[in-house]
Ligand binder design. Structure first.
Ligand SMILES: Cc1cc2nc3c(=O)[nH]c(=O)nc-3n(C[C@H](O)[C@H](O)[C@H](O)COP(=O)(O)OP(=O)(O)OC[C@H]3O[C@@H](n4cnc5c(N)ncnc54)[C@H](O)[C@@H]3O)c2cc1C
Length: 371
């Protein structure tokens, strides 16, 4: 039986581990975090990624924790409704709804019946790639027939493979958190985006009465729940309430970064997946979706070509165009959500008021699930 190592045990890593086991490999997942470490916030999962979860055998576990959404509404910060997307229509058109899920619940769904060894507290420090791969760490070196680096945007595996393209700061930051109690005026199956002046935010129900929220700003902002609440003073709607209902220590704060797309992200019996391969800004909510799609494409390529360098190159070729397009689009869309000038905001409101069917048609390539 061929052996494979996956570096990184989050969305991309666990999806890749499922793909490799389904392709017949004995898989070891190496994860830097200790078991039980915090699992992040929430995610929107679109139909193509749900289809990937189905192919990877994790759809039932996903369905048991995800919240199928009826709608995604867009407001301005004074509470005026600018656009309302019928998310239920996605299920009719594409076979799966848009769903909200807590990242920790998605990781558990990916772990469900995963036939792989998962080692926590294992930080990979280097890599040697020949006909096989050797993984270096503070422990004895590990060898395997193949390796997938799914170790996030600052991937060690990526640098060890010699692929450049440093992460690029966008100039924006985001606060994120999960409110533990829904508020009275909140509809439990509707997500929302709120476009403000020089920033945007939003919320997504993620089940068990929890609501994931996010808020963006410019680089130089300070972290912490109190600053997020200060920013939201004067905004209509429940966003500030969700922030206030989050434990201060649980509020995440990050620079938003991405990386120029690469044509190749593998060498020999090693490849990359998820943010390590194609980090994108969160403006289209696609990073984790693409990590799941990577897993499904990897499984298909390995089934066709076998667990060998040709299989990995076929997977990279299958994924390059779509992910590169999303990296670029996410970069273009982000500033639109951050527009400040009154004239620009009027234009944005007018664009958002266009019939949803129009924008949906333009995005068919993203939503449509290949069979
Ligand atoms: C504000 C915000 C909102 C977002 N919203 C959405 C959304 O709605 N929908 C969506 O699809 N995406 C969204 N994303 C993007 C999404 O979170 C990421 O694209 C996705 O989580 C990437 O998953 P990953 O597994 O590739 O990387 P990561 O989640 O970064 O996981 C990498 C893993 O590798 C481990 N690791 C790192 N280095 C090592 C090492 N040397 N050795 C061993 N282990 C290592 C880490 O501990 C980690 O567990 C959002 C991102 C942000 C910032």
């Amino acid at each position: 039986m061929a052996s494979a190592i996956v570096v990184g045990g989050a969305v991309a890593g666990l999806a890749a581990a499922r793909a490799l086991t389904l392709a017949g490999a004995k898989v070891t997942v190496l994860e830097r975090r200790s078991a039980g470490a915090p699992e992040g916030a929430g995610l929107l999962i679109y139909p193509a990624a749900a289809r990937a979860l189905e192919r990877l055998g994790a759809i039932d576990a996903f369905r048991s924790v995800a919240v199928p959404l009826k709608g995604i509404a867009t407001f301005d910060q004074s509470g005026r409704l600018l656009n309302s997307l019928d998310a239920g229509d996605f299920e009719r058109r594409y076979g799966f709804p848009i769903a909200g899920v807590h990242r920790g619940d998605l990781l558990n769904a990916l772990l469900h019946e995963l036939d792989a060894e998962l080692r926590h507290g294992f930080e990979v420090t280097g890599l040697e790639v020949g006909d096989r791969v050797k993984v270096l760490s503070g422990f004895d070196p590990l060898e395997a027939d193949a390796l997938v680096g799914a170790d996030g945007i600052r991937s060690r595996v990526r640098s060890a493979l010699g692929f450049g393209a440093e992460p690029r700061r966008s100039g924006y930051v985001a606060w994120r958190g999960v409110a533990r109690k829904a508020l009275p005026q909140h509809s439990p199956d509707t997500a929302a985006i709120v476009v403000g002046i020089g920033r945007h935010g939003g919320w997504v129900p993620v089940g068990a009465g929890r609501v994931y929220w996010f808020l963006t700003g410019d680089e130089g902002e300070s972290s912490g729940r109190e600053r997020a609440l200060e920013v939201l003073r004067g905004w209509s709607g429940p966003l500030a309430g969700f922030v206030a209902a989050t434990e201060p220590g649980d509020v995440l704060f990050n620079d938003l970064i991405d990386r120029d797309p690469d044509v190749r992200w593998g060498r020999g019996p090693a490849t990359l997946a998820g943010d390590a391969a194609h980090a994108m800004l969160p403006s289209m909510a696609q990073g984790a979706n693409q990590a799941l799609e990577d897993g499904s494409a990897l499984m298909a390529a390995l089934r066709q070509h076998g667990l060998n360098p040709s299989g990995f190159r076929a997977y990279e070729a299958a994924r390059h165009q779509r992910t590169a397009r999303l990296v670029r689009m996410s970069r273009q869309i982000m500033p639109v959500f951050q527009w400040r000038r009154a004239s620009a905001r009027l234009l944005r409101a007018a664009l958002l008021a266009l019939p949803p069917a129009l924008s949906q048609r333009q995005m068919e390539w993203l939503y449509r699930v290949d069979s």
